[in-house]
Design a protein around this ligand. Structure first.
Ligand code: HEC
Length: 163
């Protein structure tokens, strides 16, 4: 019995730890816990008002439905969303340049361009934090998508440093 509760305890610890990640890779750069914590602050400051503090999205109960204004809201970034289906280069670019909503404001709430407000490095830190919302399988799949984006695209930070 004691052995069983120890196993249960270890299992709980493991589940608890799996959302707490020590390192995250974004665009080929490995970021440590301190950098991920910086990303959390940036996320809280620039993203959480629309995408939710825990990445649950603007309309967590109906993320894929239009609201009374006829528009879709900011999607979830957690494992319930589809952010993890995109590679790093695409995600960096999206945050830098803003979303498709900018040209289609009647169907979407706006996803602003952050390229003038925060640096590429800050975008990378923010994405590192977003990646902590994903489970191991989602992280692995997203790494494969990133690898498939090709060498040039998978490292946009070196193409456009600080911009
Ligand atoms: C003013 C509200 C708002 C803020 C603030 C905001 N977003 Fe968005 N975001 C949206 C909306 C609405 C969409 C969906 C429409 C679109 O794609 O243009 C979106 C879409 C996205 C997407 C692409 C969809 C996906 O998940 O695959 C990414 C990535 C994203 N946002 C990241 C961020 C990050 C990172 C921040 C903070 C730096 C941020 N957003 C801040 C509203 C916002």
């Amino acid at each position: 019995m004691a052995k069983l509760s120890l196993i249960v305890l270890l299992a709980l610890l493991f589940v608890g730890c799996s959302s707490q990640r020590d390192v995250i890779v974004v665009s080929g750069t490995t970021l440590n816990a301190e950098q991920i914590a910086q990303g959390q602050q940036l996320y809280a400051q620039y993203c959480a008002s629309c995408h939710g503090v825990n990445g649950e999205g603007q309309f967590p109960n109906a993320p894929t439905e239009r609201d009374a204004t006829g528009r879709f809201g900011a999607p979830p970034h957690n494992g319930n969303g589809h952010t993890w289906h995109h590679g790093d280069a695409m995600l960096v670019e999206y945050v830098r340049n803003g979303g498709m909503s900018l040209t289609d404001p009647t169907n979407w709430y706006p996803m602003p361009a952050f390229g003038e407000q925060i640096t590429d490095e800050q975008i990378m830190l923010t994405l590192a934090y977003i990646k902590t919302f994903w489970n191991d399988e989602q992280l692995t799949r997203q790494m494969q998508v990133t690898a498939a984006e090709g060498e040039r695209e998978s490292n946009p930070l070196q193409i456009n440093p600080g911009g």
